[in-house]
Write a protein that binds this ligand. Structure first.
Ligand code: ATP
Ligand code: MG
Length: 140
């Protein structure tokens, strides 16, 4: 497996409960390195662009409101098989179905307020990283 980069968000429910350090400890323990990171606050419109793939889904409006409700931490994780590894550490979308020890099992409040986002493939990882970071901000 090759070294990959993937895009990660610590969502509003987690930043509001002071969980950024606990969440990033899990990524680092799994061998993922944080090679870029910043704390920002999205507008609802920016959240809508980011999650545009879900715009026909019934939860889209609620999801955009949630993602714009408080600051988020956007970051790039690098490591061996990073895209799949990140999603493994995150756990299933619905915390009720997430495996023991995963971030969503330990920290998520609900299927919507589920603490973290992670890219789901190589193309989305590239697009999502480019949406939030310039090349100069990817420092390794
Ligand atoms: P993410 O894209 O945030 O990493 P995911 O890939 O596990 O999550 P998706 O199916 O892409 O899951 O859904 C995107 C996000 O939309 C979820 O993480 C969650 O915040 C929200 N969401 C998904 N399904 C529901 C639902 N049934 N009700 C409310 N919110 C939902
Ligand atoms: Mg997704």
């Amino acid at each position: 497996m090759a070294i990959q980069r993937t895009f990660s968000i610590i969502k509003p429910d987690a930043t509001q409960r002071n969980l950024t350090g606990a969440i990033n400890a899990k990524f680092e323990a799994a061998g993922l390195r944080i090679v870029a990171q910043k704390r920002i606050k999205l507008t609802k419109e920016q959240a809508g662009v980011f999650y545009a793939v879900h715009k026909e889904r019934p939860f889209y409006d609620e999801l955009c409101d949630f993602m714009a409700s408080a600051p988020i931490v956007v970051q790039v994780l690098e490591g061996e098989d990073a895209i799949a590894k990140n999603r493994e550490v995150m756990g299933a979308t619905n915390p009720a179905e997430a495996a023991e020890g995963t971030i969503r099992k330990e920290f998520a409040l609900s299927i919507g307020e589920n603490s973290v986002h992670g890219s789901d493939g190589e193309d989305t990882a590239k697009e999502e990283i480019a949406y939030f970071f310039s090349g100069l901000e990817l420092v390794g």
